[in-house]
Design a protein around this ligand. Structure first.
Ligand code: FES
Ligand code: FES
Length: 184
């Protein structure tokens, strides 16, 4: 029996305390222990970005972080982005601009794009393409993804759309989806 270490962390505003094997990756803690299957695993080489979440506000590939390293941290996953039925502007723009096909890369793309827009609310197309270089998409050719990010940025800047603060209702809706397997 391998030793476990206690990890306390907040995920989408909710506190968790779990005992984990020291080798457990954050992505597996989120998916397998907390049921937040919107965070995907798309490779075993740290290349695809499908597992991107926010760790204390910064986008990270959660397959490159040990769960134990997240002790004391705040994590946001794709399930924490919407406000109940109100989608995050990036989710809305990906939908409106057809920024996805199979959708496998989409949660990671949105989390990476949210980090990009938090740092640079008015990016150029080139800056968006550069900012998303760590996220791979096998389907779309990236054009509509970039357009969606630019569209969301413009919408938030001009007040056309508001960025919702994650709420308890949003968290619960996300968790229900996860329980139903719809976040996978
Ligand atoms: S699953 Fe993390 S980068 Fe591919
Ligand atoms: S939409 Fe299929 S991998 Fe990006």
């Amino acid at each position: 029996m391998s030793a476990t270490v206690p990890v306390r962390l907040e995920v989408n505003g909710r506190a968790h305390q779990v005992d984990v094997e020291p080798r457990l990756l954050l992505v597996h803690l989120l998916r397998d222990r907390l049921g937040l299957t919107g965070t995907h695993v798309g490779c075993d080489t740290s290349n695809c970005g499908a597992c991107t979440v926010h760790l204390d506000g910064d986008a990270v590939k959660s397959c490159t972080v040990l769960a134990a390293q997240a002790d004391g941290c705040s994590v946001t996953t794709i399930e924490g982005m919407a406000d109940g039925a109100t989608l995050h502007p990036l989710q809305e723009a990906f939908w409106k601009d057809h920024g996805l096909q199979c959708g496998y890369c989409t949660p990671g793309m949105i989390m990476a794009a949210a980090d990009l827009l938090a740092r640079n609310p008015d990016p150029t197309e080139e800056e968006v393409r550069h900012g998303l270089e760590g996220n791979l998409c096998r389907c779309t050719g990236y054009h509509n993804i970039v357009r969606a990010v630019l569209d969301a940025a413009e919408g938030v800047r001009t007040g056309r759309i508001e960025t919702p603060a994650p709420t308890a209702a949003g968290r619960e809706a996300g968790e229900e989806l996860a329980e139903e397997g719809l976040g996978a």
